[in-house]
Design a protein around this ligand. Structure first.
Ligand SMILES: [Zn+2]
Length: 263
């Protein structure tokens, strides 16, 4: 058994037996881990509010080689992010971020994934537009996992694409195509220049301004399709589905997004 002290974020928690909790954490030094918090339900003294969802702090993990479940020795909270729990849009977005990190992260040190997750939750905790912050965080996580699409040059022939023009986004090709290569692409979505600029900003850790519900929905759909093409293991992404079909954020009328329609 070895002791590991690492920064960690609580991404999922559920009760275990009568007195304990099992947490799923993303850690800076050891990637995604499942840990047993013994006695966490019986006494709040031991871990306090440390085990609340999306809390970040210093964790001590007892790791036994060959075991899937570590034991939590202690957890000292540095960032509790209480505002994520008080707003449904922010909470749903944080659940999407947690789901992506837990599903696609691995149990090996990945500081970039840890940072992307932490930044996404911080931005959501202060977001005025929670859906934009969720999209930004999700694309940062995709970039941290090494799957960022290329948007400025054609993925086939490497021609530079004009930033203002629309371009076909091909999921199998992994990004944008020039008009010539687009002729041979079996499928794709035509993205206007602004949509490509927004994706590029999110991947680089920046932010974008979205133009109403139709724009948000087009980006949610593009992200869903991209995840399915590049990362999916065929298990449904339940938090993502809930986020995308959230009735509270749905437009009153079904809107067709002409900007990103199928060709
Ligand atoms: Zn090309």
């Amino acid at each position: 058994m070895s002791l590991l002290a690492t920064e960690a974020i609580v991404l999922h928690a559920f009760d275990y037996l009568e007195s304990s909790r099992i947490l799923r954490l993303v850690t800076r030094e050891a990637g995604v881990r499942s840990v047993l918090a013994r006695g966490a339900r019986r006494s709040s003294r031991r871990f306090g509010s440390a085990l609340d969802l999306f809390a970040q702090g210093s964790a001590q993990l007892h790791i036994k080689p060959g075991r899937d479940l570590d034991t939590l020795g202690g957890f000292e909270v540095e960032r509790a992010r209480p505002t994520l729990a008080t707003d449904l849009g922010r909470f749903t977005g944080a659940a999407v971020i947690a789901e992506l990190t837990l599903r696609f992260g691995r149990d090996a040190a990945d500081p970039e994934l840890f940072e992307a997750t932490s930044t996404a939750l911080d931005q959501l905790a202060n977001a005025s537009d929670a859906r934009e912050a969720t999209l930004a965080g999700a694309w940062r996580i995709i970039a941290a996992l090494g799957f960022a699409p290329s948007l400025d040059v054609c993925n086939e022939c490497h021609t530079t694409l004009s930033p203002n023009d629309s371009a076909l986004f091909s999921h199998p090709a992994g990004g944008a195509l020039c008009d010539r290569c687009a002729l041979f692409a079996p499928s794709g979505r035509r993205l206007p220049g602004e949509a490509r600029a927004a994706l590029g900003a999110w991947i680089d850790g920046g932010r974008a301004k979205l133009d109403g519900d139709a724009d948000v929905r087009a980006h949610q759909r593009l992200l869903r399709e991209f995840l399915r093409e590049h990362l999916s293991d065929d298990r449904p992404l339940r938090a993502f589905e809930m986020w995308e079909h959230d009735p509270l954020s749905a437009p009153q009328l079904v809107s067709v997004n002409e900007k990103a329609g199928r060709r």
